[in-house]
Design a protein around this ligand. Structure first.
Ligand code: ATP
Ligand code: MG
Ligand code: MG
Ligand code: MG
Length: 485
C-alpha cells in the first residue's frame, strides 16, 4: 500500500466514525512560549484540554507535521543512526474532546489496524499502565479489560509511569496511555528472544507505532489527582512507522516516504544506499544518506512554514539541522558542492498533494537551502582541518571548550556538530568550557547591533534586491524578498 493511501485510509476511517478532518498546524509555533516547534498532534489542541475554548467538533482527526529536535522531545541524536526516529515526521491522530473514551478509542484503533490495514494480530503487542502507589495513580483496569476482548492476554504488557502515563506538566490534565507496538523481526530474529521482552527496548524491529492517551485526571497543585469533569482521548501514530509495517519493510527509510529522496541522493552523489550494510564503511554511507533524507524534510518544511535559518532561537535549530546534513554529505559522501537543495523538488512532488505549502514554497526552500549550503561549505573544509589539528595536538580525550568555541565562532560549527565529530572519534567535549566562552562573548556583544550577520532579513517589496522566492499567506501568494545579511 502506497504511503498516500495509508494516510488517506486513516483519515477516511476516522471520518466514517464521525470525526472532522482538520489540516496540520504549522510545524513552527509562533505564539507558544513553552514550545518552539509542534512536537505532537495534540499541541494545537492543548487549550481545549485545559478547558479554554471549544473545538469545532468534539471528534477531530488529522495528520500533524512534528519536529522533535529540542526541549522535552529531542530525538536528533538517534536520527539516521537508527531507522525509526526522525527529526520531522507525521503523527496521525484522533481526538475526543469530552466525547467518546477508552472503549471506542481502543476498539477503533484495533479495527483500523487489523481490519482496514489488515495487520496480523500476531505481530502486535499492547501496553497498559500498571499504576503507581507512590504517585497515587491506579492500574488502568478499564483499558486492560477492553484489550482482553481483542487480543490474547500474553500480548498485553504492563508499562510504567515513564512510558504509560501522560502529563502536560506538573499540574493539569493527565492520564494513563495504552501503546501499540509491532514486532516485524524476521523469523531468524524471532527465534532468539520473545518479542514481549523487546517492547520499549530500542529494538529496530520491535517498535512503538501508536500511543492512545486517556485524559481522565486533573493533577492539582498539591500533587493529588481528581477526575476531570469531561474526559478526553488524544492519540498519535507514527505515519512513517506505520508505512514500514504496511509495506513489509524493516526500516522507515525503505518505505516510499523516503525511497524517492534516497534515489535522488544516490544519483547526485554516486554513493549507494544498501538495505543491509555489510561493513562499517557501507554503514557510514547509509547513515549519511539517512541523515540527509531526513534533515531536508525538517528544514524544507520549517522554511515553508516561515522559519528561515538564523543565528538565534528556532532559526538556529533549523540552521544546525541543515549544517549537520551538509557535514554528513561532505565527510561521508564526498559532496563538496551544494546539492541538498536539489532534493526539494522531489519532496515537493511527493508531499505536495497532502501539504501544498511545500509545493507553493519550493523555490524559496531550495534557494535558502542552496545559499546556506554555499556559505557553510566555504568554511567547513578549513574548520574540519582545524578540528583535526586540535585533536592530534591534544593529549587528552576531552577537547577544550575554548577550541570548540573558536570553531563555532569562526567556522560556524554548531557545538553539537563538534560534539558529534568528536564522538565519532571516541572523544569528548568540554561543554562547560564552551558555555563559559559563549557567555563571555555574549557579554562583549551585548551592546552590539540587533541584526545578526548571517540572518535572513525580509526586505520591503520595492527595494532592489536579490529575488529568492515566494511567501505563502492563506490563499494569496505574495512575493517576499529576502536578503542575507
Ligand atoms: P519512541 O518511544 O519510539 O521514542 P514516543 O513514545 O516518544 O516514541 P509518542 O510521544 O508516544 O512517541 O508519539 C506517538 C507516536 O509517534 C509514537 O508511537 C511513534 O509511532 C511516533 N514517533 C514518536 N517519535 C518519533 C520520531 N522521532 N520519528 C518518527 N516517529 C515518531
Ligand atoms: Mg520518544
Ligand atoms: Mg515510547
Ligand atoms: Mg509513546
Amino acid at each position: 500500500m502506497k504511503s498516500q493511501d495509508v494516510r488517506k485510509q486513516f483519515l477516511d476511517f476516522f471520518e466514517s466514525k464521525g470525526h472532522t478532518i482538520v489540516p496540520s498546524a504549522p510545524i513552527v509555533l509562533k505564539d507558544d512560549p513553552t514550545l518552539m516547534f509542534n512536537n505532537s498532534g495534540m499541541a494545537q489542541f492543548k487549550e481545549y484540554f485545559l478547558g479554554n475554548g471549544t473545538p469545532k467538533s468534539p471528534r477531530i482527526a488529522d495528520t500533524q507535521k512534528c519536529l522533535r529536535v529540542s526541549g522535552k522531545h529531542n530525538d536528533l541524536e538517534e536520527v539516521g543512526i537508527d531507522t525509526y526516529h526522525h527529526t520531522m515526521f507525521e503523527m496521525l491522530g484522533n481526538w475526543s474532546f469530552g466525547d467518546y473514551f477508552k472503549k471506542e478509542a481502543i476498539n477503533w484503533a484495533w479495527e483500523l489496524l487489523t481490519e482496514v490495514y489488515k495487520i496480523d494480530k500476531d505481530i502486535l503487542y499492547v501496553t497498559v499502565f500498571e499504576g503507581s502507589e507512590e504517585e497515587n495513580v491506579p492500574f488502568d483496569q478499564e483499558a486492560y479489560d477492553i484489550w482482553k476482548t481483542l487480543i490474547a492476554e500474553d500480548r498485553i504488557l504492563l508499562g510504567n509511569k515513564k512510558d504509560n502515563f501522560w502529563e502536560m506538566g506538573d499540574q493539569g490534565p493527565c492520564g494513563p496511555c495504552s501503546e501499540i507496538h509491532v514486532d516485524i523481526r524476521s523469523s531468524e530474529e524471532k527465534a532468539v528472544t520473545p518479542g514481549k521482552d523487546l517492547v520499549n527496548n530500542d529494538h529496530p524491529h520491535v517498535v512503538e507505532i501508536w500511543n492512545n492517551v486517556f485524559m481522565e485526571f486533573n493533577r492539582k497543585a498539591d500533587g493529588s489527582l481528581e477526575k476531570l469533569p469531561a474526559q478526553h482521548v488524544d492519540t498519535g501514530m507514527g505515519f512513517e512507522r506505520l508505512c514500514m509495517v504496511l509495506q513489509n519493510v524493516q526500516s522507515n527509510y525503505d518505505t516510499d516516504v523516503f525511497t524517492p529522496l534516497i534515489k535522488e541522493i544516490e544519483s547526485i552523489t554516486g554513493s549507494k544506499y544498501t538495505i543491509k550494510a555489510s561493513n562499517e564503511a557501507e554503514e557510514k554511507v547509509n547513515i549519511a544518506i539517512r541523515v540527509i533524507a531526513d534533515h531536508v524534510r525538517a528544514v524544507a518544511f520549517a522554511i515553508a512554514d516561515g522559519q528561515l535559518p538564523s543565528n538565534t532561537g528556532a532559526g538556529y535549530v533549523i540552521r544546525r539541522i541543515l549544517r549537520r546534513a551538509i557535514r554528513y554529505g561532505f565527510t561521508f559522501l564526498d559532496t563538496k558542492e551544494p546539492f541538498i537543495y536539489k532534493l526539494v523538488e522531489v519532496l515537493s512532488t511527493q508531499m505536495g498533494g497532502s501539504f501544498p505549502e511545500i509545493r507553493i514554497q519550493k523555490s524559496l526552500c531550495a534557494n535558502v537551502i542552496k545559499e546556506e549550503e554555499n556559505s557553510f561549505l566555504r568554511t567547513l573544509d578549513q574548520g574540519l582541518i582545524l578540528l583535526e589539528n586540535i585533536i592530534s595536538n591534544s593529549a587528552e580525550t576531552t577537547i577544550s571548550g575554548k577550541k570548540a568555541f573558536e570553531l563555532f565562532d569562526t567556522y560556524g560549527f554548531p557545538i553539537d556538530l563538534t560534539a558529534l565529530i568528536l564522538s565519532e572519534k571516541g572523544l569528548q567535549l568540554d561543554e562547560a568550557g564552551f558555555e563559559s566562552e559563549l557567555q563571555k562573548q555574549k557579554e562583549r556583544s551585548r551592546a552590539a547591533s540587533k541584526v545578526k550577520a548571517g540572518d535572513w532579513q525580509i526586505l520591503i517589496d520595492d527595494e532592489d534586491e536579490e529575488f529568492i522566492g515566494y511567501d505563502h499567506t492563506e490563499a494569496k501568494v505574495k512575493i517576499t524578498r529576502y536578503r542575507k545579511v
